[in-house]
Design a protein around this ligand. Structure first.
Ligand SMILES: [Zn+2]
Length: 363
C-alpha cells in the first residue's frame, strides 16, 4: 500500500478559512497540538475559529520533541477527553508527533504547517527522537494526513531561518534519491526523481529571492514555500520507500546524537550532510560533478545564512570523541548510508569529516 498524498489540500492566502467547512464535517472534538510560544498566536486563532464553529476544542503542547515521552502523555489526553482528531499546527516535530498519535489511535490528522521548514505536513512518515533531540528512527504511517492546510499567511509569519532550512531539506531530495534510486526499474520512482530535479532547479533559481522577500509574498516566495512544504512531500509520496534518503540524512541523524545547547533545525543539519555526501561521492564513486555541485550549493547556502560545517552547528568534532560517535551512528546497521551504491565504512566517514572540518578539502 502506498499513500501518495493528503486526501484534501488547501493552499494559498486563505487556506485556513477555506478549510473550516471541511474540518467541521470531519471532527467534533479536535485536539490542537503545538510546541513553541512564538506560534501561540496562530494556534489561538485556530482555537477561536474552531470554537466559533461550536467544536469542543482542546489544546496540548509538546514539551520536548517528537519523542515517546510527549507522545504517550498526549495519547492519554486524547483518550481521556474523547478527542476525535488531531490538528497539528507547528513545525516538523509537531506535525510528525500529530501524525504519529493519530496513526496510533486511528483518528484523522489535520496538518497545519506554520513554517516551510519541512514537508512533514504532507508525508506518511514520522521521525522519532529522544527528548533531547537525538534521532531514533523513522516510522512509516498508515496514510498521509486527512487534510493539509498550507496557509501562506500563517507561513509568512515564520522566521526566515525556517525557510532556509526547508530549502536545504528539499534540495537533498534530488541528491539523495538520484544516487540511491536511479537504477530502480519502476516508472513512478523515476518520475519522482525527475520531479526532485525540477524542484532543485527551482530552488536554485528562486531560493535566494524568496529568502529575501518573505514579507512581500511574491511569486518567488510562494513557489519556494510550496516547493519545500508540498512538492518535496509529493516526491516522497510518489517515490515511496524506494525513493530513498541517503548520506545527507544519515549524517543528519548521526549529528543529532551529539547534544548541544543551541538547537539547529532539521534542514540546517541536512544541508551540512548534503555537502558531506557530495564529497563522499567524489571520493568513493568517482562523481566528477561533485565539486561543481558543492560549489553551486555553497553559494546558495551562504546567501541563505545556512551552516556549511559541523563546527557551525555548534559541534567540535575533535572534542569528546564526537567524530567517533558521529561515524559510528552514520555507519550503524540500519543507517540510510548503506543505500548508497558503494561500500562505506566507519573509517571513510572519520576521514571525510576530519578533512572537511579542517577545510583540507579544496572546493
Ligand atoms: Zn529531511
Amino acid at each position: 500500500m502506498q499513500s501518495i498524498s493528503p486526501e484534501t489540500i488547501f493552499r494559498g492566502n486563505d487556506a485556513w478559512q477555506k478549510s473550516l467547512p471541511h474540518i467541521i464535517k470531519l471532527t467534533k472534538s479536535p485536539l490542537i497540538l503545538g510546541r513553541g510560544i512564538h506560534t501561540n498566536n496562530l494556534r489561538n486563532k485556530i482555537f477561536r475559529d474552531l470554537k466559533n464553529q461550536n467544536l469542543n476544542v482542546k489544546c496540548a503542547n509538546l514539551r520536548f520533541d517528537c519523542c515517546y515521552e510527549d507522545i504517550s502523555r498526549i495519547n492519554n489526553i486524547v483518550l481521556k477527553n474523547n478527542i476525535d482528531s488531531v490538528i497539528a499546527a507547528g513545525g516538523g516535530k509537531v506535525l510528525d508527533a500529530g501524525k504519529y498519535i493519530s496513526d496510533c489511535l486511528d483518528i484523522p490528522c489535520i496538518t497545519v504547517p506554520l513554517s516551510a521548514s519541512t514537508c512533514a505536513g504532507w508525508t506518511a512518515l514520522s521521525n522519532i527522537y529522544t527528548k533531547y533531540g537525538q534521532f531514533i528512527k523513522d516510522v512509516a504511517l498508515g496514510s498521509c494526513p486527512k487534510i493539509l492546510v498550507y496557509d501562506h499567511k500563517f507561513i509568512q509569519t515564520a522566521p526566515s531561518r525556517t525557510l532556509a532550512s526547508g530549502i536545504a531539506d528539499a534540495l537533498a531530495k534530488w541528491y539523495e534519491s538520484s544516487i540511491t534510486s536511479s537504477k530502480i526499474d519502476d516508472g513512478l520512482v523515476q518520475q519522482a526523481i525527475q520531479i526532485s530535479r525540477v524542484l532543485r532547479d527551482q530552488l536554485l533559481i528562486d531560493g535566494e529571492k524568496a529568502f529575501r522577500s518573505q514579507f512581500e509574498n511574491n511569486l518567488s516566495w510562494r513557489n519556494t514555500v510550496e516547493a519545500c512544504g508540498l512538492t518535496a512531500g509529493l516526491v516522497g509520496g510518489i517515490g515511496g520507500e524506494k525513493c530513498r534518503t541517503a548520506a545527507a540524512h544519515a549524517i543528519h541523524n548521526a549529528i543529532t546524537q551529539i547534544i548541544t545547547t543551541n538547537k539547529f533545525l532539521h534542514g540546517e543539519i541536512v544541508g551540512v550532510g548534503l555537502l558531506l555526501q557530495l564529497r563522499l561521492e567524489g571520493m568513493k564513486n568517482n562523481n566528477k560533478l561533485a565539486d561543481q555541485s558543492i560549489k553551486q550549493l555553497l553559494v546558495l547556502m551562504k546567501q541563505l545564512n545556512l551552516p556549511t560545517t559541523i563546527a557551525q552547528l555548534g559541534i567540535n568534532v575533535f572534542e569528546n570523541n564526537n567524530l567517533e560517535k558521529i561515524a559510528d551512528f552514520t555507519c550503524r546497521d540500519k543507517s540510510e548510508i548503506h543505500f548508497l551504491p558503494f561500500e562505506i565504512n566507519k573509517q571513510d566517514i572519520v576521514e571525510l569529516i576530519r578533512n572537511f572540518e579542517q577545510q583540507k578539502i579544496k572546493i
